[in-house]
Ligand binder design. Structure first.
Ligand SMILES: [Zn+2]
Length: 91
C-alpha cells in the first residue's frame, strides 16, 4: 500500500508510527510519504494565547476574533481564515 494512502487511512500518523501500524496489519509500505510535511506544519504548537475573554463588544465589528491556518500545498486553497464578530456572533 502506498505510504500516502496509508497516512490518510491511519489518521495522519508520522512515518515511523505509520510503518509500525502497517506492519501490524501486514501491509507493505510503498512509495514516499508526501503528505507528511503539510501535516507536520499543521501540528506545530500554537502560541499560548488566551482563547476566552470576559470582554464583550457592544457594537458590531468592534471586537473580531480571527483564526488562520496554512499554508496548505496539497489543495488549491493555500490558507484558511475564520473571522467571528463578537457582537453578532456571525462568521
Ligand atoms: Zn496527514
Amino acid at each position: 500500500m502506498a505510504l500516502d494512502d496509508a497516512h490518510v487511512l491511519f489518521s495522519h500518523q508520522d512515518e515511523a508510527t505509520l510503518c509500525a501500524s502497517m506492519h501490524l496489519h501486514k501491509l507493505k509500505p510503498t512509495g514516499k510519504l508526501l503528505f507528511y510535511p503539510v501535516c507536520d506544519q499543521a501540528k506545530v504548537k500554537v502560541k499560548n494565547i488566551a482563547n476566552t475573554t470576559n470582554t464583550v463588544a457592544n457594537t458590531p465589528a468592534k471586537r473580531l476574533f480571527l483564526d488562520i491556518s496554512g499554508p496548505y500545498y496539497a489543495t488549491l486553497l493555500k490558507y484558511w481564515v475564520l473571522i467571528v464578530d463578537n457582537f453578532i456572533h456571525c462568521v
